[in-house]
Design a protein around this ligand. Structure first.
Ligand code: IVH
Length: 708
């Protein structure tokens, strides 16, 4: 990668001293010739490998230079120019394209048992043809992306066509649209691949266009504000964006792409023999592929992988609706063939749906610890992904108004893991006319004081300092897992302690004794002891957790950690002026002011002092100290575990290379492991990785990762 970095800097230096507007045609042509492959290579680093080697602003300078050249000398524009992602002229309708090889659909399995039935059928089929040799066919497992399937045709390396799946036999020509998607390579490089292979004569790459959840939320929020139609979920948004007749609209949408296979291929040097190897090759060609794809040896491994991903799916910032399990070897895929419209050699292991519809019976409001008033949906109970949901968040008054959510509506409810269920949108088609528009109450439901809104803020607040509901929420938050983690102090007890007058300030928690607890008939002795032990143990929590627990507005866990990386004690932070706090990278003025304002209140300062007097840790612990040089290499900060014999590297060499790239090598697999590198005869560590859903990579992928 050093070459790419050096070449880029050479061009950047040259750019700094030339004015493109005065370049001759020949000079401009020369520069464009240098810029184009660089930009393609950076696109690949960024999108396919997640490992950019220049800063965003350096990239932008290269990009703008090419744009300026092309604007000045339009004859220098090439069809594969990386600048051409802004969209073409609108179409009247999409042209139909016939897929040379049908884009099949997939048979489904709904649990680990059905997955095994599918595998057993494959084994029987293969054994009848190949005997013993096919006793344990290996499988590649990949996330099943929830987006739109597309087929991308590359001729002599150039992207010449993009088509939707359509009905599988015929799709729509969306070439102008796919060209606008930054992570879709406009051409397959010939020689830059580590294998030194030329691009194939002709190749169809198949994959999924999708939208990441945060991008989807931003897109829908903007649509809501502009009074435009909302998309029900990221998949619909992706499909709607790909099927725009005006490709400049597609260009404005935050679309991502992941490749999962190849259609017809002609003239590919040393073609891969199986799915896993194909994914590696696609990545070399510059396509993003799933980092969670794994090559598995047995159906038991595949079953564990499925079970693990039932939970792990929540950690992704995009939606998957299951896993796709494929018999790895292409010749065996061929031998198994297909039934009507689905291959026998692959199966979609579906996850339970996370969205259902139900009736919104009422909207109520609750008071949060900062006084924020949250509207909540009272729903007719409905099962979502195995859990009964009867309430869900509606965020704020704007959210309800923008989406025109009315009491009595049938609504789409979404639940993802531990996240609070939310009402996505109403099903407008189901309205009877009896639905009622809701309005935010004018007074606090807990203390009856008038509610307030602030300019530039969507939330409504109760600003009374005497509001008991706010303080109860604060106690609850202070004691919660992510903050001081006080065993035994949950929501119910927080209410009682505050209502009974035992806790009137956070510091009072630390002067609680057994007697009043027992006197108030709150507890049996054992429970009181447990609570007091929990309180005692919480005195040793890291400073960032205490800071987070204090409930200072805008100070979440990550911000608390940033603050502690700069200030070694609560006292030091309390004494710091807002301007100084704002200098911390990632903090900014609003947070800094909020922190300074909190410490400016005498009651808060006294409370902090009392906490320290009661023995609560207010100093930065050694493990919280800022670490140096974390982001040095491509593997920086990542933890690897090696298992089994790798084909070319010895264990020692692999360790050394990982360390060189800034990574760590650990001896055992835990939730903190980022990658397990598995070679021949890998044993229990491999199994553990599968159970925990940790990316399992082979040596080739490790090399690709470290080379960048
Ligand atoms: S393989 C014949 N792999 O699922 C093989 N499909 O129900 C079929 N999909 O339309 C495709 N992620 O859009 C494959 N990793 C993945 C996938 C995947 C999502 C979609 C694809 C297809 C549908 C099939």
């Amino acid at each position: 990668m050093k070459n790419l970095v050096d070449a880029s800097h050479k061009v950047l230096t040259r750019l700094a001293s030339v004015d493109i507007q005065v370049l001759s045609h020949d000079e401009a042509a020369d520069l464009a010739l240098a810029l184009r492959p660089l930009l393609h290579a950076h696109d690949r680093q960024y999108h396919a490998l997640d490992a950019p080697v220049v800063s965003d602003s350096e990239y932008d300078r290269l990009f703008q230079a090419l744009e300026q050249i092309e604007a000045r000398y339009p004859d220098l524009v090439t069809p594969d120019s990386p600048t051409h992602r802004t969209g073409a002229a609108p179409l009247d309708r999409f042209e139909r394209v016939r897929h040379p090889v049908a884009m099949l659909s997939l048979g489904k399995a709904f649990d680990a048992g059905e997955l095994k039935s599918w595998y057993d059928r494959c084994v029987r089929g293969l054994q009848s043809q190949f005997g013993e040799a096919a006793l344990r066919p290996r499988m590649t497992v990949e996330p099943k992306m929830d987006g739109v399937a597309v087929a991308l045709t590359y001729e002599k390396g150039q992207l010449t066509q993009g088509a939707t799946r359509g009905d599988g036999a015929e799709g729509e020509n969306v070439t102008a649209n796919v060209r606008t998607i930054a992570s879709i390579p406009l051409f397959i490089p010939a020689l830059s691949s580590p294998t030194g292979l030329a691009a194939p004569e002709r190749m169809e790459v198949r994959g999924e266009i999708y939208i990441r959840n945060p991008d989807f939320e931003r897109l829908n929020d903007a649509a809501a504000r502009a009074d435009e139609k909302l998309y029900a979920n990221p998949r619909n948004a992706a499909a709607g964006s790909v099927r725009q007749l005006d490709s400049s609209i597609t260009a404005s949408r935050p679309l991502s792409f992941v490749a999962y296979g190849a259609g017809p291929v002609e003239g590919m040097a040393s073609p891969p023999q199986g799915q896993y190897e194909m994914l590696g090759r696609l990545q070399e060609y510059g396509f993003p592929v799933s980092e969670h794809a794994a090559l598995l040896n047995s159906v038991e491994e595949a079953q564990s992988f499925y079970e693990a991903w039932l939970r792990k799916r929540e950690e992704l910032d995009y939606e998957i609706d299951g896993l796709v399990v494929k018999i790895d070897r292409f010749d065996w895929q061929q031998a198994l063939g297909a039934v009507s419209n689905a291959p026998r050699w692959a199966v979609a292991c579906k996850f339970p749906a996370q969205e259902e519809t139900t009736v919104l019976n009422d909207i109520r409001v609750s008071v949060g610890r900062t006084g924020v008033i949250k509207p909540e949906a009272a729903l007719a109970p409905v099962q979502v992904a195995g859990v009964t949901v009867s309430s869900a968040t509606l965020h704020n008054a704007d959210y309800i108004r923008d989406r025109d959510i009315r009491i009595g509506d049938r609504v789409i409810v979404k639940r993802a893991g531990d996240v609070i269920p939310q009402v996505v949108k109403p099903v407008e088609e189901a309205r009877s006319g009896q639905e009622r528009v809701w309005e935010m109450p004018a007074h606090c439901p807990a203390c009856d004081s008038p509610l307030h809104t602030f300019p530039d803020e969507v939330d409504t607040y109760c600003v009374s300092i005497d509001c008991p509901a706010q303080f109860i929420r604060l106690v609850e938050h202070f004691a919660s897992r992510g903050a001081m983690d006080i065993e035994g102090l949950g929501s119910k007890l927080a209410v009682t302690l505050v209502e009974q007058g035992l806790v009137g300030s956070l510091a009072d928690i630390y002067s609680l004794t057994a007697e009043p607890l027992l006197n108030l008939w709150l507890f049996a002795e054992k429970r009181a002891d447990n609570l007091l032990e929990g309180i005692e143990a919480s005195k040793r929590r890291p400073l960032s957790r205490l800071l987070f627990g204090l409930g200072v507005r805008h100070v979440g866990r990550a911000t608390a950690e940033l603050l502690v990386s700069r200030y070694a004690s609560l006292e030091a932070l309390g004494a710091a002026p807002a301007e100084e706090i704002a200098e911390i990278d990632g903090v900014g003025e609003i947070i800094a002011k909020s922190v300074a304002n909190w410490f400016a209140v005498e009651a808060n300062r006294n409370m902090a002092l009392r906490l320290r007097e009661m023995g609560v840790n207010t100093e930065r612990l050694p493990e919280e100290a800022p670490r140096e040089g974390e982001d040095a290499g491509a593997a920086a900060g990542k933890t690897f575990v090696l298992t089994g014999a790798l084909p070319t590297l010895t264990r020692k060499e692999a360790q050394a290379r990982i360390k060189e790239a800034g990574g760590r090598v650990a001896g055992s697999v835990s939730r903190n492991t980022d990658y397990v590198v598995a070679g021949e005869n890998a044993g229990s560590k491999r199994q553990r990785a599968i159970e925990l859903g940790i990316p399992l990579i082979d040596e080739a992928r490790l090399q690709a990762l470290l080379d960048e």
